[in-house]
Structures are given as structure tokens and as C-alpha cells.
Design a protein around this ligand. Structure first.
Ligand code: SF4
Length: 75
């Protein structure tokens, strides 16, 4: 992917709550009070996109998708 705003969505149905995403990219991902990952509400700043991609790559459930448009967390 190249150009344009980058959004990262956590597919909650796939997330198993490992919290790895927030450990790698705490500026982008958070975990809720049950340990499930949460994506950013808006576009990821260009300087954090590579970090967000690394977190997505490391997610053992492949629950993080890089998309060009915001995606509702309950997807
Ligand atoms: S690393 Fe993946 S499985 Fe773990 S909290 Fe983040 S999105 Fe969920």
C-alpha cells in the first residue's frame, strides 16, 4: 500500500487479547479493560505507520488490518 491516510482496525472477533499490538506500538494500539486490542480512532500519523505495521505483523491472530478507510471496531 502507498499514499493516503492509513487506518488500522482490530477485528475484535479474531482478537484473542494477547496485547502484543499495544506492547509494540502503544502510540497506536491500546487494550481495553479485558485485554482486547483497540485500534486508533483516526488515521495513523505517517511517522507511526511502520510501527503499526510491525504490530499488525506480530499479532498472532492476524486480527489487525491496514485499511484506507476507518473501519468500525465491531466489524
Ligand atoms: S496483538 Fe492481536 S490478538 Fe493481541 S490484543 Fe492485539 S489485536 Fe488482539
Amino acid at each position: 500500500m502507498s499514499g493516503g491516510a492509513r487506518h488500522f482496525a482490530v477485528r475484535t472477533a479474531k482478537c484473542a487479547g494477547y496485547g502484543i499490538c499495544a506492547g509494540i506500538a502503544p502510540e497506536v494500539f491500546t487494550v481495553d479493560d479485558q485485554g482486547y486490542g483497540r485500534g486508533p480512532s483516526g488515521a495513523v500519523p505517517a511517522g507511526l505507520v511502520e510501527l503499526a505495521r510491525r504490530a499488525a505483523d506480530e499479532c498472532p491472530m492476524a486480527a489487525i488490518a491496514e485499511v484506507t478507510e476507518p473501519v468500525r471496531p465491531a466489524e
